[in-house]
Write a protein that binds this ligand. Structure first.
Ligand code: NAD
Length: 496
């Protein structure tokens, strides 16, 4: 594959160019382009094609043509094709990781890890059984539940973990017999465009289309009558717009939205022992993870010691350009987010009760760097505690009554994840069950597993991705009622 960017690619000519959309299995250029910024420098380093509405129409038409064939391609052949795509991803992993770090900012080893997880996700999801189920089989008759593909899926992704979010959408849609149009965030479009380039060699034309563009392109996708389902990952505000746009044709919609996850630390923990795990569950990817810990509720018996331990980790962690050796946290991904985090910090600094134990400011250097920040003393009713900051800033709140902590953790419009930390696992399990979230952990926080359903309660989302439950969101169920004498016409599997 002729990659536009490899670690040794010359950049003397100015901005990197040559990135293309993938429509109907072909490379397609656009008349317009927009710059992609390296968040470690704040400077543009590449140009990205900007898809027009006519190009979206062409992609939808190509995807619809391909779907007529792909839906009848045997499941095993679809699985093999997707696994060949995963293999191509692995072969190109090192070059893609450099590009991902360049556009997203994360440390190179984290970008490599994201690509590995993205390829593995394809293998795992395509191993899940999606055959028909037998609902009833007795003297009254036989009832089977069959699943059929929906048609063309539109996938819209954000800028924080673009590849590990795009590939499961691709795998789920295609494995179930749909075709797909993927639109990455305009802040991080390039690695996803490269996925399209890889697909041209291993997937039938039109099965996977990738178009880059701005928010307007996302809106066109949600409203397009030729698209049957939207799989969206992004903010709550945009998710609401997607839901409204999709209503015009009653599209199927899966929304994976923001979170403001609480972790509750009980009085029996060893603060210094758990501090590193809590720290990374909050600061991984510079806090730009939907299900990162964003509010830490700590029992007053261990509060001060845990604050000290976390502040020390925040001061010691190596922050810098993700391409530099040894860097553990990169910049905030884009200017808009950098400004937004700075506004929250300014508000926090202005509050008398706030005790900033580490960081609290931007770094005095080029790029969008914020010093990892730990804040104690705040309560609910402040922007840092109530809203998703989505940056390297963690508020620590004190409690002395567990019921009160659970009530405060649940007092949120978000409900993505939550966790309880304790040496008493039974007690931890009891408390974790009371969290109003899509995923609750004991002594852990963060991470997805393709065999488990993932999604949010309340305004954190709609529907689930991954696992058999997620795959069903990419298909339409049909109940098939047969007279008692008729035997199975499908491939029945036990009900899950
Ligand atoms: P965003 O909502 O601003 O953008 C996400 C995508 O939507 C982008 O591709 C964007 O171009 C597109 N878009 C913008 N306006 C649109 C419209 N009107 N119609 C259709 N598409 C439109 O989100 P972001 O700032 O890129 O990402 C950060 C957010 O994503 C955070 O809130 C984070 O919590 C959330 N997130 C959630 C999950 C999850 O699985 N729940 C995972 C990662 C990120």
């Amino acid at each position: 594959m002729n990659m536009p960017l490899s670690p040794s690619a010359p950049e003397a000519a100015g901005l990197l160019d040559g990135y293309t959309h993938t429509i109907g299995g072909k490379a397609v250029e656009s008349e317009r382009a927009f710059p992609v910024i390296d968040p470690a420098t704040g400077q543009p380093f590449a140009l990205c094609p900007d898809a027009s509405r006519a190009q979206l129409d062409a992609a939808v038409a190509a995807a619809a043509r391909a779907q007529a064939m792909w839906r009848h391609t045997p499941l095993a052949a679809r699985r093999d094709a997707l696994r060949a795509f995963a293999a191509a991803l692995r072969q190109n992993r090192d070059d893609l990781a450099v590009l991902l770090t360049r556009e997203q900012g994360k440390p190179l080893h984290r970008a490599q890890d994201e690509l590995d997880r993205a390829a593995n996700a394809i293998d795992i999801l395509t191993g899940i059984d999606i055959g028909p189920e037998v609902l009833r089989d007795d003297a009254s008759g036989r009832v089977e539940l069959h699943y059929r593909p929906l048609g063309v899926v539109g996938a819209i992704t954000p800028w924080n973990v673009p590849i590990v979010l795009a590939t499961p959408k691709i795998a789920q849609a295609l494995y179930c017999g749909n075709t797909i149009i993927v639109k990455p965030s305009p802040y991080t479009p390039l690695t996803t465009l490269e996925l399209g380039r890889l697909a041209r060699d291993v997937l039938p034309a039109g099965v996977l289309n990738v178009l880059a563009g701005g928010n307007e392109l996302g809106q066109w996708i949600t409203e397009h009558p030729g698209i049957a389902k939207i799989s969206f990952t992004g903010s709550v505000a945009t998710g609401k717009r997607v839901l409204a746009g999709a209503s015009s044709t009653i599209k199927r919609v899966t929304l994976e939205l923001g979170g403001n996850d609480a972790a509750i630390v009980l009085d029996d923990v060893q603060p210094r022992e758990i501090a590193p795990r809590l720290f990374w569950a909050a600061f991984h990817n510079s806090g730009q993870i939907c299900m990162a810990i964003k509010r830490l509720y700590v029992h007053e018996a261990v509060h001060d010691e845990l604050c000290d331990a976390l502040a020390q980790l925040a001061r010691e962690v190596k922050v810098g350009n993700g391409l530099e050796e040894g860097v553990e946290l990169g910049p905030v991904q884009n200017r808009m987010q950098f400004d937004s985090v700075q506004r929250v910090l300014a508000d926090t600094r202005g509050r008398a009760e706030a005790r900033i134990l580490a960081g609290g400011h931007a770094l005095d250097r080029e790029g969008y760097f914020i010093a990892p920040t730990i804040v104690a003393g705040l309560g609910e009713g402040t922007p840092l505690v109530d809203e998703e900051t989505f940056g390297p800033v963690l508020p620590i709140l004190s409690f002395n009554d567990v019921d009160d902590a659970v009530e405060r953790a649940n007092r949120s419009r978000y409900g993505l994840g939550g966790s309880v930390w304790t040496q008493d696992l039974d007690r931890g399990a009891q408390i974790a069950q009371r969290l109003e979230v899509g995923t609750a952990w004991v002594n852990h926080h963060l991470g997805t597993d393709m065999l488990l359903p993932f999604g949010g309660a309340k305004e954190s989302g709609l529907g689930r991705e991954y696992s058999g439950m997620g795959l069903k969101g990419y298909m339409e169920p049909t109940v098939l009622k047969l007279p008692a004498a008729v035997r199975s016409i499908g491939r029945p599997t036990p009900r899950p």
